[in-house]
Design a protein around this ligand. Structure first.
Ligand SMILES: [Zn+2]
Ligand SMILES: [Zn+2]
Length: 343
């Protein structure tokens, strides 16, 4: 009935990128890249539990400060992930302010940072109450692709080549629970918070023979159900949604292979297209993609839909040319793949 995640690019394609990913029906969101966050409402910034930064070039990381400003004084855990050098980058930002008066605030904000390397993660926490000094030693963990796992979804990363290491990011729902309106009607049930509880029980792999209770207001005269029976009547399980986000990468052979594998079968692929293909040499020297390359990669990955972003300012007023070039490359590549498949 509804997607769990509602990803949206916050800014136009010439502005500093931010992909905001709120959860349907929950006061919670993820964020990919911390570019210009000024268009996000304060209540949107407060929803963010986990932020993933592709790399710390200024256009992808300048939003850290306004986010921190908004969260200061709140009781909150914020988890942030970024590539090699990330801990030092954030520590540098934190060191840029004086924290002598934070004791007067309620100092419940804690930052949990993870620095992503191809084979390992470096994790460290910082709390506002300790004036953002590191809580302890940096902990090293092995990295096999997944950054964050919850029962309903996971976030993965791959280390790609820009002028510096840069993370490709993907969010994948494990499976999708579709609620059947007809099923609800047949049982005279009304949607409510119990539906989130119901879905969470399925994601957590709860025993189907367990009892599931629907609180008053859900509409049921007797609110007790057997979970598995209720599932059969009101839900249909389908493949989960996959959202991939790729920006600031050159079209090198190793990047192309890694991106195509990483973004495979995404429902939504957000991918940079900084330049037109006539300027491919310039794009390569800046470690960016052309619109044609973005369209080819989207097709090779089998992305169902893709959106290009992060255009060079030189194309101001010429967006349709970039979109057209990417779409044409996508269609041509799909057609070529179809011919190869039939041959
Ligand atoms: Zn950039
Ligand atoms: Zn960059």
């Amino acid at each position: 009935m509804h997607a769990l995640f509602l990803p949206r690019l916050v800014n136009g394609p010439f502005e500093d990128p931010v992909l905001f990913i709120p959860f349907q029906f929950q006061r919670r969101a993820l964020i990919f890249d911390l570019g210009d966050v000024s268009r996000l409402l304060p209540r949107d910034l407060l929803k963010i539990s986990h932020g993933f930064v592709t790399h710390t070039h200024m256009d992808h990381f300048i939003g850290f400060d306004p986010l921190l400003r908004r969260l200061l004084g709140r009781e909150k855990d914020l988890f942030l992930y970024g590539p090699a050098g990330f801990l030092a980058n954030v520590e540098g930002k934190l060191a840029g302010y004086s924290w002598d008066l934070v004791d007067r605030l309620s100092c419940g904000l804690r930052l949990h940072l993870t620095e992503v390397h191809p084979d390992r993660l470096l994790c460290c926490s910082y709390s506002c109450g300790a004036r953002f000094a590191a809580d302890g030693d940096t902990v090293e963990l092995p990295f096999t692709g997944r950054l964050h796992i919850e029962p309903a979804f996971e976030v993965s990363a791959v280390v790609l080549e820009h002028s510096i290491p840069c993370l490709g990011l993907a969010l994948a729902e494990r499976f999708h629970v579709n609620i059947l309106k007809t099923g609800l009607e047949a049982l005279a049930l009304r949607p409510g918070p119990w539906l989130t509880r119901f879905k969470n029980a399925l994601y957590a792999g709860a025993d189907p023979s367990a009892e599931f209770e629907i609180e008053a207001g859900g509409g049921a005269s007797d609110g007790r159900f057997v979970l598995g029976e209720l599932q059969q009547k009101i839900a249909r399980i389908t493949a989960g949604q996959k959202i991939a986000y790729i920006t600031d990468v050159g079209d090198t052979p190793s990047n192309r292979t890694a991106i195509v594998n990483f973004a495979r079968h995404s429902d939504f692929l957000f991918i940079e297209a900084a330049f037109l293909h006539t300027e491919r040499e310039h794009a390569a020297s800046k470690h960016h993609l052309t619109a044609r390359q973005a369209g080819e990669i989207a097709a090779l990955a089998g992305a169902r839909q893709f959106t290009i972003l992060h255009f060079s300012p030189r194309y101001e007023g010429r967006e349709p040319e970039l979109v057209h070039e990417a779409q044409e490359a996508y269609q041509e590549t799909l057609a070529r793949m179809g011919r190869q498949h039939r041959a």
